[in-house]
Design a protein around this ligand. Structure first.
Ligand SMILES: [Zn+2]
Length: 256
């Protein structure tokens, strides 16, 4: 049914009414889209049009979403899949956007078998086969020196969850070595936590040390926002991410 899907997508692209001025204004906003080649911009535009068509981006908690806000979210969400396929975001539909941090309620059982109810303010959340949830205010905080980007972060979790619970191990391409990925990420994660413990600067959001899933998501944000920092401090992680995303953002930025 691939031909049917491709035919459907082609007709969606043909009928696209994405506002050209709005599109340019949004691209201008992000350093990682400003350095795209013409061909890459065209590809990103296609991804964004299809993303907006196939996903439902809805406001919650009183947030009225404008087209421009939807495009901002779609552009950032589609950067990681620029050279992959929209099917990498298969199996779920909704992106829910709150005006600000939202409260997630969940239960967990501790080692004594006691169940705890937790309420925690969140800037973003990704559910396995469920929605991506974002705080709009936090999407505006992107681009600090650590390369913070909550949209890319949550969508990296979605890629990680293509093969089950988020664990920092997304489905790799056939050309990639699974053992190598584990070795590189495992060693970098240990090293990172050691540095955090010693109070050494890491260049990366310390939240990456939370667990291997967060390490992958935070490194992915940084890979797109501050690729030079990742390349300089975590070259082997950078190379794995470049192979997975099929992009080399540091080289792209240098070429411009
Ligand atoms: Zn996370």
């Amino acid at each position: 049914m691939r031909w049917l899907r491709n035919w459907r997508r082609a007709s969606i692209l043909k009928r696209s009414t994405l506002d050209e001025d709005l599109w340019r204004a949004v691209l201008d906003r992000y350093p990682f889209t400003r350095v795209l080649s013409g061909e890459e911009r065209d590809r990103l535009r296609e991804r964004v049009v299809l993303f907006l068509h196939e996903k439902s981006i809805v406001g919650a908690g009183g947030l009225a979403l404008r087209d421009e806000m939807r495009i901002c979210i779609a552009v950032q969400a589609c950067m990681p899949i620029l050279n992959l396929d929209l099917d990498y975001y298969r199996g779920w539909i909704e992106v829910i956007v709150y005006p600000d941090e939202f409260v997630a309620e969940y239960e967990y059982m501790d080692e004594h078998g006691v169940v705890h109810q937790v309420e925690e303010p969140m800037s973003g959340e990704s559910w396995l086969t469920g929605p991506v949830i974002l705080s709009w205010a936090d999407t505006q905080l992107r681009g600090d020196e650590h390369g913070y980007n909550v949209v890319i972060h949550e969508f990296a979790h979605k890629l990680d969850m293509l093969n089950g619970d988020a664990n920092g191990f997304p489905p790799l391409h056939a050309s990639m070595d699974r053992g190598e990925w584990s070795r590189v990420f495992g060693a970098a994660y240990e090293r990172f936590n050691e540095r955090v413990k010693q109070g050494e600067p890491t260049g990366i959001d310390p939240y990456a040390g939370e667990n291997p899933a967060e390490f992958f998501a935070v490194m992915s944000e940084a890979f797109f926002e501050v690729p030079d920092t990742v390349l300089a401090g975590y070259a082997d992680v950078y190379r794995q991410l470049a192979a997975f995303y099929r992009q080399d953002p540091a080289a792209r930025a240098a070429a411009r």
